[in-house]
Design a protein around this ligand. Structure first.
Ligand code: URA
Length: 281
C-alpha cells in the first residue's frame, strides 16, 4: 500500500498514535524511533511522517484501529465559550490544541461540544465529532440526567427542594421537568471528589449567606439552573457540571485540561463501536 503523505487529512504519526490513546506524543515519538511502529509493512522511525486513515499501522505488531469518531472529556474553565469558533472570544475548541504541534491545529476537524455550558460555568464537557451520539444525548425527550455543583445565595430550604422536585415554572415561560436538589455535604465519594474546595472562600465576602448544593436536571434549556434558582429568589454564584448520564468528570483534570474518553466510557455513553482504543499492552 502506498503512503498518502500529501493527503489533506494526513497527520503526523506520533500525533495519530496519541489521538488513538496509546500514550503521550513524547512517549510515542520514542517508541517510533525505537522501531516499534510499522506503516504499510515497513518499520517507520520518523515520528513526523505523515499518515492517514488509509495507512495500515502496527504498534508492537498489533494493528492500530483508527477510530471513526473521537471523544474527549474537557474540564471547561470559566471564561471560555461552548462554541466551535468565535471572532473575539476563546472557545472550548481553542483549548483542544496540541501545544507541541507547531501549526497549533485543533486535534481533529469536525469536533464540537455536546451541548452548552454558560461562559462562567465550569466542568464536564464532552467534545466529539459523533453527531449521532450528540443527538442521542441532547434531543428533546432523551432526558439524560446532568448533575451540577452549585453555590447559591441564601439558604436552600425544604420548600426549594420540593419546588424543584415538583417542576418549577421558570420566568412564566416553561415548566421545568422535576429536578433534584441535595446538600453538597451529602455527595457520595465520586461526586465529592469533583467539588472544588476553595470556591466558598473565593466568593465575595459581602455574601455571607450561601448554600452549596447538588442539582440534577434532565433538560438543558438556556441558563436553566440559574433561571430555576432565580425563580426561588436565589442567585447562582458558581456552577460546575460533574456528570452527564453515566459519564463523570475525571477528577485529575484541572480546569482547561482534557483527555480522550476510555473505551469503557465510550461504551457507557453509547459512542460509536469502532471508537475503541487499541491497547498495546
Ligand atoms: N444551567 C445553567 O444555568 N447554566 C449552565 O451552564 C448549565 C446549566
Amino acid at each position: 500500500m502506498s503512503r498518502k503523505a500529501d493527503r489533506k487529512d494526513s497527520l503526523r504519526l506520533d500525533k495519530l498514535l496519541a489521538r488513538e490513546g496509546l500514550g503521550t506524543r513524547s512517549e510515542l515519538g520514542k517508541a517510533v524511533r525505537r522501531g516499534r511502529v510499522c506503516v504499510n509493512g515497513v518499520i517507520e522511525k520518523d515520528p513526523g511522517c505523515r499518515v492517514s486513515a488509509e495507512d495500515e499501522i502496527l504498534f508492537d505488531g498489533k494493528p492500530v484501529r483508527q477510530r471513526t469518531c473521537v471523544y474527549y472529556m474537557l474540564n471547561k474553565p470559566a471564561g471560555v465559550l461552548s462554541a466551535t469558533e468565535d471572532s473575539r472570544e476563546r472557545t472550548v475548541l481553542d483549548l483542544l490544541r496540541d501545544p507541541s504541534d507547531e501549526a497549533q491545529q485543533v486535534l481533529r476537524r469536525g469536533l464540537f461540544p455536546v451541548g452548552r455550558l454558560d461562559k462562567d460555568t465550569e466542568g464536564l464537557l464532552l467534545i466529539t465529532d459523533d453527531g449521532q451520539l450528540a443527538h442521542r444525548l441532547l434531543a428533546p425527550g432523551k432526558h439524560v440526567d446532568k448533575t451540577y455543583y452549585a453555590v447559591v445565595t441564601g439558604r436552600v430550604t425544604e420548600e426549594d427542594i420540593r419546588a424543584f422536585a415538583e417542576g418549577l415554572t421558570v420566568d412564566g415561560d416553561f415548566t421545568a421537568m422535576p429536578a433534584q436538589l441535595r446538600p453538597a455535604a451529602e455527595a457520595d465519594s465520586t461526586l465529592a471528589a469533583l467539588i472544588p474546595e476553595n470556591i466558598q472562600t473565593e466568593i465575595s465576602p459581602e455574601i455571607t449567606d450561601s448554600s452549596q448544593i447538588l442539582v440534577t436536571i434532565r433538560e438543558g434549556k438556556y441558563h436553566q439552573i440559574k433561571r430555576m434558582f432565580a425563580s426561588r429568589q436565589k442567585e447562582v454564584l458558581y456552577l460546575k457540571r460533574l456528570s452527564m448520564g453515566p459519564l463523570f468528570l475525571d477528577p485529575s483534570l484541572l480546569p482547561g485540561q482534557f483527555r480522550p474518553l476510555t473505551g469503557e466510557e465510550i461504551d457507557i455513553i453509547g459512542g460509536h463501536p469502532d471508537a475503541r482504543f487499541f491497547h498495546s499492552s
